[in-house]
Design a protein around this ligand. Structure first.
Ligand SMILES: [Zn+2]
Length: 273
């Protein structure tokens, strides 16, 4: 027994977050003329059907980055927008890895809350056409725009979206309470966080790619201090003053530093270029 469908919350006018069983969060942003789906989840649910029940407008599909829990549902679409530096990652998404990921988060508490099974993950039989977008690209939805902000670090081609009208940042996995430096050095992570900090007078909310995680079905924007806290953590590591701790991430022991509301997980051998 549990929640059988991804659940949807309207977080601003015509702006929806879709929580896919605590595995990933997607966003549907609807303008006067078009809509944009941000990320496609794990391929464990019918996101296309859900989007088409939420809006009757034509829509495009955008990926914040190429990780499997964001690109897992691309097989349902003909065309997606993403950064080319993550294209190879998107093309390598496969059902076995997705099923493992879904099962891992289920065992971390997801199965207590949500009624899904890893067997529901569909194999991608045809990848969509991929269109490269980069820093400064603007999606004009009619009456509202979304501006692309390139923030590499979590992956090489990570992208965030700024909705200036509603003062919302959709940040994918690039700046949240548990940010993973899976690709970039700590130095590169800091550059990305500082870029977002410079834009911080343009947004009040920072919605990430995992609102509600595993068995924690709450939905929320990231704490206001999270970008400052992440920059402070980078400084501590770069100055050799950090006190790292170990934690478990999907069955692996990882190293991270906590400060304020944030934790940065990083590779101690990958601090500077
Ligand atoms: Zn990710």
């Amino acid at each position: 027994m549990g929640i059988k469908m991804p659940f949807v919350s309207e977080i601003a006018p015509d702006t929806f977050v879709i929580n896919e069983f605590g595995l990933a969060a997607m966003y549907l942003v609807v303008g006067e003329k078009r809509a944009l789906l941000v990320d496609t989840g794990c391929g464990v649910s019918d996101v296309k059907g859900l989007v088409e029940r939420l809006t009757d407008k034509p829509y495009d599909v955008f990926l914040t980055h190429g990780h499997l829990d964001h690109a897992g549902g691309v097989g349902a679409f003909d065309k997606i927008y993403a950064n080319e530096r993550d294209f190879e990652m998107i093309r390598s998404v496969n059902a076995d890895e997705l099923r493992n990921y879904c099962d891992n988060l289920g065992k971390q508490g997801g199965y207590d809350v949500f009624d899904y099974s890893p067997d529901m993950v569909k194999q991608i039989t045809k990848f969509p056409e991929m269109i490269n977008v980069d820093d400064g690209y603007v999606f004009d939805l009619g009456g509202r725009t979304l501006t692309v902000i390139a923030v590499s670090g979590h992956t090489p081609g990570g992208l965030a979206l700024l909705d200036e009208k509603n003062r919302i940042l959709i940040s994918g996995d690039c700046a949240n309470v548990n940010t993973l430096a899976l690709w970039g050095t700590v130095e590169e992570m800091k550059t990305g966080f500082e870029k977002l900090k410079k834009l911080s007078d343009k947004f009040d909310q920072n919605w990430n790619g995992h609102v509600g995680y595993a068995g924690m079905p709450f939905i929320c924007s990231q704490p206001k201090t999270v970008i400052d806290d992440l920059i402070h953590i980078c400084d501590l590591i770069l100055e050799g003053k950090a006190e790292p701790t170990e934690s478990n991430f999907l069955g692996r022991t990882v190293t991270g530093v906590n400060y304020g509301a944030a934790r940065l997980v990083y590779d101690p051998d990958h601090i500077r270029k």
